[in-house]
Design a binder for this molecule. Structure first.
Ligand code: AMP
Length: 265
């Protein structure tokens, strides 16, 4: 197996990125389609595309995805309330939740977005050594079979348009949740026109929340809430251990938060 990764930039600014875990015979096709994707991104035409192809020499961890739970809200105010409720239910201390929101709303790297994620412990301390870069989840993918299960579930809900976005976020969130020490993840995009975000955890699955910021807001990012971790080992696993999702764990809806179903897988 090979890890194939792409990153496209214009004037050093991030345009797009993608990554896959593929058999040797598929490296050529996947590389080609990544280049095509990079060149047709709606954020603009890149002036630099980096592709890396790396043989995987350690065993690949196979996992089941987190289940998706749709938490439908109609406003940013309700979206943020929903995300806070979910994080409290998972057990994240209130001051950490407030700090995470403030950082994501204002730009966690001196007012700018980070390339990767913050890591926050239960004292609200940021553990990532590089506060501009953060830590980057990498070396992960989903099998064609599990991807089809996800596509079918989204199609039933009339959400096929969101397939690529959800697939990529679910792969990342499932890998992060599978790493020992992760308790939850909070994410919303830095794309000013993509206002959906999520709270992911082993306890409640991938809770998708349609409004976590207002349109036009270019701030976004990720926080990995952790407990009891050795930060060096944690970063190594998030960034380097290859993880393949071989099964999709289903899609549900949260209509009554007080009656929320916990994920027992
Ligand atoms: P995106 O979901 O691609 O819009 O990314 C939203 C934010 O999540 C970015 O601004 C980064 O701070 C962070 N991020 C993006 N990709 C990764 C990654 N692979 N690992 C950790 N954090 C990431």
């Amino acid at each position: 197996m090979y890890s194939v990764r792409m990153r496209a930039t214009k004037d050093e600014m991030h345009i797009s990125g993608a990554e896959r875990l593929v058999d040797e015979k598929d490296v050529k096709n996947v590389t080609q389609s990544m280049i095509e994707r990079a060149r047709s991104h709606d954020r603009g035409k890149p002036d630099k595309i980096n592709i890396s192809v790396e043989e995987i020499k350690i065993p690949i961890k196979e996992i089941t995805s987190l289940p998706i739970n749709l938490f439908n809200v109609n406003s940013v105010e309700d979206g943020k309330k929903a995300a806070r409720k979910v994080l409290i239910h998972i057990g994240i201390p209130d001051p950490c939740i407030e700090k995470a929101f403030t950082l994501l709303e204002n730009g966690p790297s001196d007012g700018e977005n980070m390339r990767g994620a913050m890591v926050m412990n239960f004292k609200g301390e940021r553990l990532e050594p590089d506060k501009r870069r953060g830590i980057r989840a990498s070396h992960m993918d989903i099998t064609p079979g599990a991807s089809l299960q996800l596509a079918d579930a989204l199609s039933v809900k009339g959400m096929t348009l969101h397939f690529t976005h959800i697939k990529e976020a679910l792969v990342l969130a499932s890998k992060v949740a599978s790493v020992k020490g992760t308790i939850a993840e909070l994410c919303w995009s830095d794309d000013p026109f993509y206002t959906t975000g999520y709270v992911a955890s082993n306890k409640l699955g991938y809770v998708r929340i349609p409004h976590l910021k207002t349109e036009g807001d270019y701030h976004g990012g990720r926080v990995f809430f952790v407990d009891n971790v050795n930060i060096t080992d944690y970063i190594e696993e998030i960034e380097k251990t290859p993880v393949l999702i071989t099964k999709f764990d289903g899609l549900g809806e949260i209509s009554d938060f007080n009656n929320i179903q916990e994920n027992n897988t």
